[in-house]
Design a protein around this ligand. Sequence first.
Ligand code: NBP
Length: 481
Amino acid sequence: MASANAIAQIGVTGLAVMGSNIARNFARNGYTVALHNRSVAKTDALLAAHGDEGQFVRTETIEEFLGALEKPRRVLIMVKAGEATDAVIEELAAAMEPGDIIIDGGNALYTDTIRREAAMAARGLNFVGAGISGGEEGALNGPAIMPGGPKESYESLGPLLESVAAKVDGVPCCTHIGPDGSGHFVKMVHNGIEYADMQLIGEAYHLLRDALGSSAGQIAEVFTEWNSGELESYLVEITAQVLQQVDATTGEPLVDVIVDAAEQKGTGRWTVKSALDLGIPVTGIAEAVFARALSGSRAQRKAAQGLAAGTLAEKPTDAKQFTEDIRRALYASKIVAYAQGFDQIAAGSAEYDWDLHPGDMATIWRGGCIIRARFLNRIKEAYEQDPALPSLILAPYFRQAIEEAVDSWRRVVSTAVQLGIPVPAFASSLAYYDALRAERLPAALTQGQRDFFGAHTYERVDADGKFHTLWSGDRTEVRAD
Ligand code: NBP
């Protein structure tokens, strides 16, 4: 290994949009960055366009690349998630030395990261699965970074990652999350919350459009106004910008000429699958994933055109009041979506023994990432006040916010139903809230049914232990424990 040339503090392999931008971010922050890409054309394109932004070392082979790095070596992989990542890890690991650090900054499935971390640890290498959020713009100017892996590796790696991460009030949007796959797990849930957030915004837009008959431009103004209040967030801000955009070909609002079939890359689906395994009701996220799937069921939707709507109600007459109702419903539903996501993080932490601190997530998600929002400060404060909060919606600030919104929330959901406008995320969030606060749920009946057909037993409200009714006998109750 050409150690005499080992001048780079960090190496980046995989120089598509994300890798290039994060490499530039490191260089702009004063680090010497070794560059590598499977096909050298991307390395040269980066150097030609941005080589003057800082100190880069051009390399073609893995040997050259590793030889350019100070020890212990730190290599950030930014290649396509899945098999490509495994191939690159194997190539690197074969040539690396104990103590070197491999960082996977791609969108890996956290169970893959757990597997890879164990395999690398067995070879004496440090493997850090780091969730990176903020898209290409964030990668260049400051993303939110969620690194997992061995804590010792963070001592060497943390300062570099924190220097390129976004900052809010001087605090970097990067911290060591926890062992093995925890960084990618948390990034996955972040993306799930992002799905819910986007779906809720979509439902608000749908109501403003179809219940109030507002134009895209008018709705853009509503979102711009909302962005100056408690809903202030990156997603609300870009929503206004998308709605303002006029299509150059037709002169129509761009949103009206975009096909209404939402795609997905899979992280929302992963979040829901994991939540199902953990038994955590992330209903807002699940509705968002299914809503995208439904929008993409083009053949079924085409065949269903013209199905009767039934008798629909009159549209709201007080547009100002209904707009405010939608704003409040959006805020309350958003609180529920985040509460559910934080529940999933707590459950994942318990399942994998990660000892995660939810307040850390709220802190690092305040900037850089796609779900950055003013109210994450409130989430951070809520967990500071009570790190063992049973649910975010029980924190005094959020409880009050929801209780103030609940009348509007009900009006919005019932109006949407009466107008035939689908609001799955608004409705399921409200149902979740009502179920959570209900004194008695129909689950008692479910338990009775389960005991009837499967002798699955039930607990009684007035005695400890398990019980079973002899349904096919004389229907007396017997103890079952
Ligand atoms: P892509 O996900 O499009 O991956 C392209 C890169 O992977 C290229 O450098 C390509 O090399 C390399 N690659 C592939 Br494909 N197969 C390879 C193999 N077998 N061996 C070596 N290299 C291989 O790039 P991206 O959009 O920049 O995303 C990078 C990672 O960051 C992904 O995991 C993505 O999920 C994640 N991420 C993306 C975003 C985003 O907004 N795009 C946000 C957050 C995270 P080549 O040039 O030789 O083909």
